[in-house]
Write a protein that binds this ligand. Structure first.
Ligand SMILES: Cc1cc2nc3c(=O)[nH]c(=O)nc-3n(C[C@H](O)[C@H](O)[C@H](O)COP(=O)(O)OP(=O)(O)OC[C@H]3O[C@@H](n4cnc5c(N)ncnc54)[C@H](O)[C@@H]3O)c2cc1C
Length: 402
């Protein structure tokens, strides 16, 4: 086992950190307050070749390994959860799913421009009456000649207003529960597609999240991803990738909470000494530091399995569960360390706390991951081989633009 970062990974971390320090952190307070999603950041991420990290070069990506993707997510979330979420959805949930399940024609048409960052992808699974219980979805896709007609709506869809392409899950056989779900590539320009942002969010206010309405949307049969009835399997495989990026991003929130706390511990004095000298404050800092290490190791192991092309649902779920809970705890303790100042937006820690709540809910709630881990431990759950696995890394890797 080798726990050291490669020279290429160190250089990628440096590039992303510099980008975040210069182009996100100075503006994020204002964007967050205004609920503004700065789409120019997506263009800049594309310039830096960060929109197709694990996608092979032949499909427009840069062919880097999963742990490099993890470093990028960690550094982006150190800036703000909104931009890591964008990469999670565009790359983790959409592009990597096209790579895994798409036909050659679908990859050329949709994956190549997405991997280059010329087009943006989103992921439409959740509905008003179906979140954790995916099989309860009500959106339908009915065969009509060579096409399908999709009717229904999706909610809490990240990047809904900016995405060019959506992966939309719909029932093709409503009586067959999860085996009756299929997946479709839907273009924003298809007649009958409309979107609307959700206002009044607790966190990720600098991100775009909302509803997707599908009103008699005609989809050519060649836009079905995988075979009819494979949608549930495709969604779960997509979540294996999305959850990995969420877990890695959570390490960024822990890192940001730790950085802000250490700085404040040195500045603030009570009872004649810096607050970092009080053992109960040290306990909170120690927990953040330990949890950063634990979370990174869990992410690293899941990434190593992915690089080897091995099934990793159990390890990815564990990494996602533990690191997102740890990030929420770190942000909460960072507010505590800042005392009353932590309760105002004079310091960034209140934003970390508001943002850290979403990853405990999305891509499998804390409770869903707890159940999964309990079932694995008890032997109630067994991962069957997927019809398609992502190819094992290495692809043709190239150094990211500085
Ligand atoms: C900021 C944000 C961005 C999002 N982006 C996307 C996106 O891009 N695409 C997308 O498809 N979705 C997205 N989502 C939706 C997200 O994936 C769902 O919110 C999540 O799956 C939970 O579903 P729900 O909100 O319907 O909660 P529910 O499933 O209704 O759950 C409500 C509560 O009950 C608990 N619960 C449910 N079932 C069980 C059980 N069996 N045992 C114990 N407890 C249970 C849950 O843990 C939760 O605490 C996003 C959500 C947020 C907040």
């Amino acid at each position: 086992m080798n726990f050291s970062y490669t020279e290429e990974q160190k250089s990628v971390r440096k590039v992303v950190r510099t980008f975040v320090d210069r182009e996100i952190i100075p503006f994020i307070k204002e964007w967050d307050e205004k609920g503004h999603f700065e789409t120019n950041i997506l263009k800049r991420l594309a310039d830096l070749q960060l929109m197709g990290v694990c996608i092979p070069e032949e499909y427009g990506g840069v062919g880097m390994d999963y742990n490099t993707l993890a470093i990028i997510c960690e550094e982006l979330e150190r800036g703000d959860t909104a931009f890591r979420t964008a990469v999670s959805v565009h790359t983790g949930l959409n592009s990597m799913t096209l790579l895994q399940w798409g036909t050659e024609e679908q990859k050329q048409k949709y994956l190549v421009p997405q991997a280059k960052g010329e087009k943006i992808g989103a992921f439409g699974l959740t509905e008003p009456n179906a979140g954790s219980d995916v099989a309860a979805m009500e959106t339908t896709a009915v065969k009509d000649g060579d096409d399908y007609l999709i009717n229904g709506s999706k909610t809490w869809i990240s990047l809904c207003d900016v995405a060019d392409h959506f992966l939309i899950f719909a029932k093709t056989n409503p009586g067959a529960k999860h085996k009756g779900i299929s997946c479709f590539i839907v273009e924003r320009t298809f007649p009958g597609v409309s979107t609307k942002a959700i206002k009044g969010k607790l966190g990720i206010r600098a991100g775009n999240t909302g509803e997707v309405f599908l009103d008699n949307v005609r989809i050519p049969a060649e836009n079905m991803l995988g075979y009819e009835g494979e949608g549930f399997k495709i969604a779960m495989a997509a979540l294996d990738n999305g959850r990995f990026t969420v877990a890695a991003g959570a390490c960024g929130t822990i890192m940001a909470s730790l950085e802000a706390s250490i700085k404040y511990c040195e500045e603030r004095k009570t009872f004649g000494k810096e607050i970092g000298r009080h053992q109960l404050v040290q306990q909170m800092v120690a927990k953040m530091s330990a949890n950063l290490e634990i979370s990174r190791l869990l992410v690293f192991k899941a990434g190593w399995l992915k690089n080897s092309g091995k099934r990793n649902t159990q390890e990815t779920s564990l990494a996602k569960w533990i690191s997102c809970d740890a990030a929420y705890e770190a942000a909460n303790d960072a507010v505590q360390i800042h005392g009353a100042y932590g309760f105002s937006n004079e310091f960034p820690v209140e934003r970390f706390l508001r943002n850290a709540k979403a990853p405990v809910i999305y891509e499998g709630t804390r409770e869903i991951h707890t159940i999964m881990q309990g079932e694995y431990a008890l032997g109630y759950r067994e991962d069957k081989p997927l019809r398609k696995m992502l190819p094992a890394w290495p692809f043709e890797g190239i150094l990211i633009k500085g």
